[in-house]
Design a protein around this ligand. Structure first.
Ligand SMILES: Cc1cc2nc3c(=O)[nH]c(=O)nc-3n(C[C@H](O)[C@H](O)[C@H](O)COP(=O)(O)OP(=O)(O)OC[C@H]3O[C@@H](n4cnc5c(N)ncnc54)[C@H](O)[C@@H]3O)c2cc1C
Length: 381
């Protein structure tokens, strides 16, 4: 069977789906409302599960990842001023990879353009119709319409496609946000550090051996200009103890709200949702990018099955196939978030519960194993 898929959004979900469909011989067109430079520079996630790495390798999109990605075999959990290592490889046989979302996106764009496949930047999708499937967009100052057989909404949390799937959205918000900075300095530690502190949560991550990515829990409504560099370094030093941050030039500062939401159906007729268009997880579990990659892997297999057999059975089962992993990631991300952050009205009783939870997580082998499985995406589903 031959058909064409219109993909809205050139984030990791849309670009990876386009790549997987191309490898399966299925035509697609990708519409992206921002310009190429913006999409390639947008700072977001940076941790890839082994499953995501495997997908990128199988898609022939991992040459740079295999050269520049940094494998991590564990993380440090810090509480009460002491560090406790969780060894993923020993517990699960799996590891994770540090490779920035910006690099994943750059790789996929370069491959798509090298293959001379349609990818329209500065093409804002304004609406879509489902019967028949049509994408209405503005490009070069003109309105256009693109007819296709299927539409996939990969346009993130603020896109136009998600509200066309009339399903309940289950969500929660958190009473805090993250201030994220990018720093020209070597990482704090050779692995990621997740720190519980009475001053609030801190995370020490990295983008490369010379670029650090650091986060501080801040109150909702915070703007980056209320955090001068000195204040950031002072808080990081306090919260990350016993680790010490390496100070350097801060090249980016932004505030990231913490949200969780799941649309209980990811499809409506010829429209499918993938990635942040369908669900948002708080970033504490490092799952957003990995879930997006998983959704489009399932969807690409379903389109491939349709093209090879004419049967829509896998497409019909798309939501059900994805939701189990999405809710597992949601549970893990929520658990990590509430275990590590200090709520504005938190009592000492609740702080002691968090410390007990952290102690249990780092000393009870089955509980440590559970964290390792969830973090690496190897939990049986
Ligand atoms: C601001 C932000 C910061 C984040 N930081 C972290 C982090 O630090 N750590 C972490 O683990 N995770 C983080 N995440 C989560 C992770 O980056 C996302 O889960 C991931 O980007 C999901 O990929 P996606 O392709 O589904 O959506 P996106 O990456 O959001 O891509 C959607 C694309 O659709 C385009 N688009 C939107 N509307 C239209 C339209 N009408 N027409 C055409 N194109 C459109 C957008 O421009 C964008 O390129 C962050 C997410 C956000 C939003």
């Amino acid at each position: 069977m031959s058909f064409t898929v219109g993909i809205v959004g050139a984030g990791p979900a849309g670009l990876l789906l386009g790549r997987l469909l191309h490898r399966a011989g299925i035509d697609s067109v990708v519409f992206e409302n921002r310009d190429r430079d913006y999409v390639e520079q947008r700072q977001r996630a940076g941790i890839l599960e082994q499953g995501t790495v495997n997908t990128l390798r199988a898609a022939g999109a991992a040459d740079r990842l295999d050269r520049l990605g940094i494998p991590h075999d564990g993380i440090d959990l810090v509480y009460d001023g002491a560090a406790h290592r969780v060894d993923f490889v020993e517990l699960t046989g799996a590891r994770v990879w540090i490779y920035a979302q910006t690099e994943v996106v750059k790789d996929l764009i370069a491959l798509r353009l090298a293959d001379d496949l349609p990818l329209l930047f500065e093409a804002e999708v304004q609406s879509i119709t489902l019967d028949p499937p049509m994408i209405h967009y503005r490009h070069d100052g003109q309105p256009h319409t693109f007819s296709c057989d299927y539409i996939v909404g990969c346009d993130g949390f603020h896109g136009v496609t998600r509200d066309l799937v009339p399903a309940p959205v289950l969500s929660r918000s958190f009473p805090y946000s993250w201030l994220g900075i990018l720093v020209d300095a070597p990482p704090v530690h050779h692995e990621l550090v997740y720190a519980h502190s009475r001053h609030g949560f801190a995370l020490a991550s990295m983008r490369s051996p010379t670029i650090s990515r650091l986060y501080l829990q801040v109150p909702n409504g915070t703007t980056p200009d209320t955090w001068p560099d000195d204040r950031i370094w002072s808080e990081l030093t306090t919260r990350l103890t016993p680790h010490t941050p390496n100070e350097g030039r801060i090249t980016a500062k932004s505030v990231l709200p913490m949200r969780a939401s799941v649309r209980q159906s990811m499809q409506q007729g010829p429209l499918f949702l993938a990635g942040d268009a369908a669900h948002i997880v708080p970033p504490t579990g490092a799952k957003g990018l990995n879930l997006a990659a998983h959704d489009v892997t399932v969807l690409a297999e379903a389109f491939t099955h349709l093209s090879q057999t004419g049967s829509p059975e896998l497409l019909d089962a798309y939501t059900e196939t994805c939701l189990r992993r999405i809710w597992r990631a949601q549970h893990f991300s929520n658990t990590m978030t509430t275990m590590l952050h200090i709520s504005p009205d938190q009592t000492e009783f609740e702080t002691q519960l968090q410390l007990s939870h952290l102690h249990h997580t780092t000393t009870s082998p089955p509980t440590t194993q559970s964290l390792a499985e969830n973090y690496t995406g190897t939990t049986p589903l």
